[in-house]
Design a protein around this ligand. Structure first.
Ligand SMILES: [Cu+2]
Length: 376
């Protein structure tokens, strides 16, 4: 089975299916705080689990989140978190050197498959002609507190949008999960059948996240580091956040608990701490480094100034992401965070005849975005 290949020029110029909605959003003034229904309506508006979202299908990136607000109607809480969240590449090189697939360049949106209401989306609604499932999921126990034998507990909810994309023999499940605690869980499910039998390969999934916490401007990016305290014989530790001052890339580093956050330089919570969202690497994730022609593999986290024409990581011919690093300052600006996960696929017997779904995903969660746990 051969994957569909598309000419570079055509794929990169493809317009969103609901371009008219995006155009409408551009025409309206963007208030610092306003629910997503200011920007979209009908099936493109998803509401639940304290979130209001706008979404669309794009030819290249597939299912895209175009606005995300954390919204609690009862209390009037209504605050922007994201303005644009997409999958910016799924790069799949095989260990024998070839092929090296750049699936977003070929078009995830064009390869979306219809879902089955009973099996794929039993508790939700099928949208976009059956290509998108919107569900409000029970996500299990989220709190439990006991005092003198009296216990209280609560279960959580998540607003989920997902779709199924055929890439050769594979099926990707593109999933966006927004939880009632304010956390966001982007994920890609690897499913379908093996493309080439017993040939190991990696699935390098890149997300592009335009965090606009409170408003689109005034973003800052910081990196967390934890080190043993000098002179403590390893028994004490110290940690801090270091600001990244220019466009850059950073590799994952699990032994210092490295993670990143995007914060607002103006807005602070009731404790005087800046509103922020942090990206938590998945502990089981690895890394892949090849050669300079695939420079986008140098780091897992990238930060760039937000430019609407900088949307993709790579094509068959080019390392685009590295080209976006051109020395622009990233303090107090509108920024985009890029985050990559690498799934090493060592073939196992259980991958035949159809693979069990394997999820590749991470968490972006609020840090001082609220004054306290928002689910009280
Ligand atoms: Cu695989």
């Amino acid at each position: 089975m051969v994957r569909p290949r598309r000419p570079l020029g055509r794929t990169l110029l493809a317009l969103p299916v609901v371009a008219c909605l995006a155009a409408l959003a551009l025409l309206r003034p963007a208030p610092a705080e306003a629910a997503a229904n200011q920007f979209c309506s009908g099936e493109y508006l998803a509401v639940g689990a304290n979130w209001s979202l706008c979404w669309e299908i794009r030819a290249n990136e597939g299912l895209a989140i175009t606005h995300a607000f954390y919204t609690v109607p009862q209390s009037g809480f209504d605050r922007r978190v994201l303005s644009d969240a997409t999958v910016a590449q799924v790069f799949v090189p095989y260990e024998v050197g070839q092929p090296r697939y750049h699936d977003v360049a070929y078009g995830l949106g064009a390869a979306m498959q219809r879902l089955n209401a009973q099996i794929d989306c039993p508790h939700g609604q099928l949208l976009a002609g059956g290509k998108v499932c919107r569900e409000l999921e029970d996500r299990g126990l989220t709190q439990r507190y006991c005092l003198e034998g009296n216990c209280s507990a609560r279960r959580g909810k998540a607003l989920v949008l997902w779709s199924s994309i055929q890439t050769g023999a594979y099926n990707y499940l593109q999933r966006w999960e927004f939880r009632d605690d304010g956390s966001i869980h982007p994920a890609m499910g690897l499913a379908g059948a093996l493309q080439f039998g017993n040939v190991a390969h990696t699935h390098n999934v890149y997300w592009r996240l335009d965090f606009d916490i409170g408003d689109p401007e005034h973003d800052r990016v910081e990196e967390f580091v934890r080190l043993p305290k000098a002179g403590s014989n390893g028994l004490k530790g110290v940690s801090t956040w270091n600001q990244l001052l220019g466009e850059t890339y950073r590799p994952t580093e699990l032994f210092t608990f490295r993670k990143w956050r995007i914060s607002d330089t103006v807005q602070k919570n009731a404790l005087g701490k800046p509103w922020s969202y942090e990206i938590i690497p998945s502990p089981g994730d690895g890394s892949l480094r090849t050669n300079p022609s695939e420079g986008f593999l140098r780091g897992e986290f990238w930060v760039t100034r937000a430019h609407s024409n900088e949307r993709f990581v790579s094509t068959d011919q080019a390392d685009l992401l590295s080209g976006y690093l051109n020395g622009e300052a990233v303090d107090d600006q509108d920024l985009v965070a890029w985050y990559a996960l690498h799934a090493y696929h060592e073939i196992r017997s259980e991958d035949q005849p159809y693979m069990p779904v394997e999820w590749v995903g991470f968490e972006a969660r609020p840090r001082d975005f609220f004054d306290q746990n928002p689910m009280q």
